[in-house]
Design a protein around this ligand. Structure first.
Ligand SMILES: [Zn+2]
Length: 511
């Protein structure tokens, strides 16, 4: 959802078309019966990717999505998903055809009411050719009807859809949409969402944002759940949790609705899950004081089932947590991490996946700030202990947080060395500039995309310092950076009180 100057583009199209009609009769004459489809000659295919250096085929060029209306029917007993997704988009070029990213079986595609041809290309590309030319600036309503068994729809032996005993989880990064809705699947194209799912009565469905209407009974002993998010959302941050859940609704200190959900399969893990996730509104309140205003319209968290995902993900407005976080009691640190992503990653999203440090370095550092705020160890103490935890000859130090490689975007170095880099930046600029930088960053790129270079530039502008050394040393240079002599005295540091919980959150794979 890049806000384009629609009126200007429409005017340009009219002018171009007018010029062609008025000034190129020969060209029009070459196309008998097609004289009203002037721009076709200049139309080109939309690119099959958005130019991501790590994932070149993620997302697609030539159009920009404003809204996804994802309307599904799901049966836990068979894992069968049928659906219709209506995509409201706008062409950003004259298009002869365009791609969507999707894996399930497609029955039909319509573009502005007209039946479109479609084919498959590559691993996840759905190539759509509309019967009429598409001109730059034109509004597109793309309707895709489809079905499939997502848990059995494998790509290189893998599915991003997790089937459970009582339902399913569509929760994954960097790709999740392929298994449940056709999309322009890259964070560069955010959109709003209406997500509704019909399931057998007695099954719950949880997703992003708010419920615009209560779950409604449908014929055949079914119920339809509806969720809506009105703030721009990257496709990988839309989610589904389907199964047996207890929903807990409340109001946050800032007046926003809070909906938390707890799988009924958690058993003796449930109290620890509740003691963590029920602190969401408190943690959001604290984070708002450090990072700037909370960027979304609702809050919450989902404690997934015991046979679900083995990680946590910062799905927008409502992170989903695997059961591993609660095995050793409550853990607010994972909630802090996933909530910090609402600012770092969700509102301010990566421009390219190689910028993943902007998400993980800052969200991990948020844990250190929470430790400091709770009196459980200063960020300096957590830094010292983390630095000492990785010996100089560890392979850990060979991965660059600022450019880890496509296969290592979730490597420990992106998180731990990433947070160490944030701490070194804080030391370099001082607390006043550092705590001005964080809200300035989230304000400057709210609901947008950004790069590490832009973060460095803002930090330099606010601090008045050249920070090239800090960024190059901590993000872009292999090997363990040396510390100043004074800091080396702390090389056998005391274990901070927060360390156990931070390690547990790490080992249970918080994303
Ligand atoms: Zn994370």
């Amino acid at each position: 959802m890049r806000r384009v100057l629609t009126a200007a583009i429409a005017a340009l199209t009219v002018t171009t078309a007018g010029a062609l009609v008025a000034g190129s009769p020969g060209q029009a004459a070459d196309r008998p019966g097609r004289s009203r489809q002037i721009p076709v000659a200049a139309s080109t295919p939309g690119s099959p990717g958005l130019g991501d250096g790590y994932f070149p085929t993620y997302g697609n060029g030539g159009y920009d999505v404003d809204h996804y209306d994802v309307r599904l029917r799901y049966d836990p007993a068979t894992d069968r998903l049928t659906g219709t997704t209506t995509i409201l988009a706008r062409a950003t070029q004259d298009l002869s055809r365009f791609n969507l990213d999707f894996l399930l079986d497609v029955e039909a595609v319509r573009v502005n009411g007209w039946t479109a041809r479609f084919t498959r290309d590559g691993s996840h590309e759905l190539v759509v050719t509309a019967p009429r030319g598409i001109t730059r600036g034109q509004a597109l309503t793309i309707v895709v009807t489809y079905s499939g068994v997502p848990s059995e729809t494998l790509l290189d032996g893998y599915t991003g859809w997790t089937r459970t005993a009582d339902g399913a989880l569509a929760v994954n990064e960097p790709e999740s949409a392929w298994w449940w809705f056709p999309a322009n699947d890259h964070p560069l194209d955010k959109a709003t969402f209406d997500i509704s799912v019909s399931v057998p009565s007695g099954v719950e469905v949880v997703s992003n944002g708010v419920q615009p209407r209560p779950a409604l009974a449908e014929p055949g002993n079914r119920v339809r759940w509806s969720w809506r998010t009105t703030t721009p959302t990257a496709t990988y941050l839309a989610f589904l949790a389907i199964g047996q859940y207890d929903l807990v609704a409340d109001t946050a200190p800032n007046g926003q609705p809070v909906v938390n959900a707890y799988s009924t399969t958690l058993g003796e893990l449930a109290p620890a899950a509740r003691a963590s996730i029920e602190r969401t509104a408190e943690i959001v309140d604290w984070a708002g004081g450090v990072f700037g205003p909370y960027p979304f319209e609702a809050q919450g968290g989902v404690a997934g089932p015991v046979d679900g995902i083995g990680f946590a993900l910062e799905t927008q407005t409502r992170p989903v947590y695997g059961p591993g976080f609660w095995r050793r009691g409550s853990n607010p640190y994972v909630v802090v991490h996933e909530q910090a992503h609402q600012w770092f990653g969700n509102s301010v999203s990566v421009a390219q996946w190689r910028d993943i440090w902007l998400n993980e370095g800052l969200a991990t550092y948020a844990e250190w700030l929470w430790s400091e705020a709770q009196g459980e160890g200063t960020a300096q103490e957590v830094f010292d202990f983390t630095y000492a935890a990785y010996p100089e000859d560890s392979a850990f130090w060979q991965v660059l947080p600022g450019d880890p490689g496509a296969g290592r975007i979730f490597h420990d170095a992106v998180y731990d060395r990433g947070a160490m880099a944030v701490h070194q930046l804080r030391l370099a600029v001082g607390d006043e500039a550092f705590f001005a930088l964080l809200p300035a960053w989230t304000a400057a790129h709210r609901h947008g995309n950004a790069t590490i270079a832009q973060f460095q530039a803002l930090a330099e502008r606010i601090s008045g310092l050249d920070l090239d050394d800090v960024f190059t040393t901590w993000l872009f240079t292999a090997g363990r950076p040396a510390l100043p002599t004074a800091a080396r005295a702390a090389l056998a540091p005391q274990q901070p009180k927060s360390w156990t919980k931070i390690r547990e959150a790490h080992q249970a794979r918080r994303h």
